[in-house]
Design a protein around this ligand. Structure first.
Ligand SMILES: [Zn+2]
Length: 386
């Protein structure tokens, strides 16, 4: 685990960092001012969604993601590969039958209107350049949990796509430089399914490609803290120290965030904190750091699951805030569990905002606090060594 910084065109990101997900160019239920008040450092936006609606060309005309949304800090866009290779979005919709992955790229139908589309590495790079995030991702095939033969096939395709992504990325950046628009950074993605040999092979390939950062993707990342750690442990000795390590889709809970940082993650993102909040699942607890040693840190919660479920009837008369020890704007304003539960039941829009503020505050604060411990711990170690 380590603390560091990433210089982008819009600000310096202090790592480790949790990146809230703003699928449609907005973190659900919150405004950009609220995201700033939470001190979110970087937002993730989804290429697939923004390409289909409102259209990446339109976003570009309206000033790119920064101009369009008013967010002044960095954005990261995913490649669209995850969505179009049918892992999450199309499951059980019938549309996954219409998704076809070839060496060229992915043919798919829009989940909005059924219209036909194609995205390959070149298209992904073009769309991501139009969106104008600070960090873009190479086009990849997110490998589902599968056989070794398929995982190898998908990994090799991802490697070929990485080469094509880079070639296209370089051209896009030349164009941006000529137009006087800020340039972007690109991360390559390690795939290889649940197989150590493939993961190591993929890691060496991605490192060899010389991208600005290294991401770890695939269905086995973020499944559980243990699986994430095992995946990173397989490749740890190969990873270059000078490049940020991004664990994709990791951070389902504050405990998972702590575990990700302890695994060595510099960046990670997960839709869960906001999604859980909207369904009534709210984090309870705070970071504990025995002996001020961040390696021993854990998320200390009085509840084994680390969260309460507001839909439970026992909260109907509960006048306490979500978490009496939480300094977030929702808890410190004194909103009670009973009132929030009522808003949730009545589907009142204020609920989504109040609940999301709490969960994101817990996530972001946990990671920032842990970072401070890492910084102090390494200073202490250095002064002892010196
Ligand atoms: Zn709170």
């Amino acid at each position: 685990m380590r603390a560091g910084t990433i210089q982008t065109q819009h600000s310096i990101i202090q790592t480790p960092v949790f990146m809230p997900v703003g699928t449609q160019g907005s973190v659900k239920a919150l405004t950009m001012q609220q995201m700033e008040s939470l001190d979110a450092q970087v937002l993730l936006a989804n290429t697939y969604h923004l390409y289909l609606r409102p259209g990446s060309e339109r976003v570009e005309r309206l000033g790119g993601l920064h101009g369009f949304t008013t967010w002044k800090r960095p954005f990261l866009t995913d490649s669209g590969g995850y969505q179009v290779s049918s892992l999450g979005l199309f499951r059980d919709t019938g549309l996954e039958q219409l998704t076809r992955i070839t060496d060229e790229g992915v043919y798919f139908r829009s989940h909005l209107d059924g219209s036909k589309h194609f995205i390959g590495p070149e298209e992904s790079m073009k769309i991501q350049a139009q969106l104008g995030a600070d960090i873009v991702m190479a086009f990849d095939e997110a490998t589902p949990i599968s056989t070794q033969a398929y995982s190898r096939q998908a990994m090799e395709r991802t490697h070929r796509w990485l080469e094509r992504s880079l070639e296209s990325f370089v051209k896009q950046q030349e164009g941006r430089r000529k137009r006087g628009v800020h340039t972007q950074a690109i991360f390559g993605i390690i795939q290889g399914g649940d197989f150590e040999a493939l993961r190591r092979e993929s890691t060496q390939f991605v490192i060899g490609a010389g991208t600005d950062g290294i991401a770890v993707g695939g269905a086995t990342i973020g499944q559980s803290d243990a699986e994430t750690e095992r995946n990173v442990a397989w490749i740890r000795d190969l990873l270059p120290k000078a490049k940020p390590l991004y664990l994709m889709g990791v951070g389902v809970s504050p405990q998972a965030a702590v575990a990700a940082v302890q695994s060595g993650a510099d960046m990670f993102d997960c839709v869960a904190p906001t999604k859980l909040a909207r369904s009534g699942l709210l984090y309870i607890g705070k970071l504990a750091v025995p002996d001020d040693d961040p390696r021993q840190a854990y998320f200390d919660s009085p509840i084994s699951s680390g969260r309460i479920n507001l839909t439970n009837t026992r909260f109907a008369d509960d006048s306490k805030p979500i978490d009496p020890d939480c300094p977030c704007s929702t808890c410190s304003a004194g909103y009670s569990r009973a009132y929030l539960r009522h808003l949730l039941k009545a589907k009142e829009l204020a609920y989504y905002q109040l609940a999301t503020m709490h969960n994101l505050d817990v996530m972001l604060r946990t990671v920032t606090t842990l970072r401070n411990y890492i910084v102090r711990f390494s200073e202490r170690k250095n002064s002892i060594a010196g």
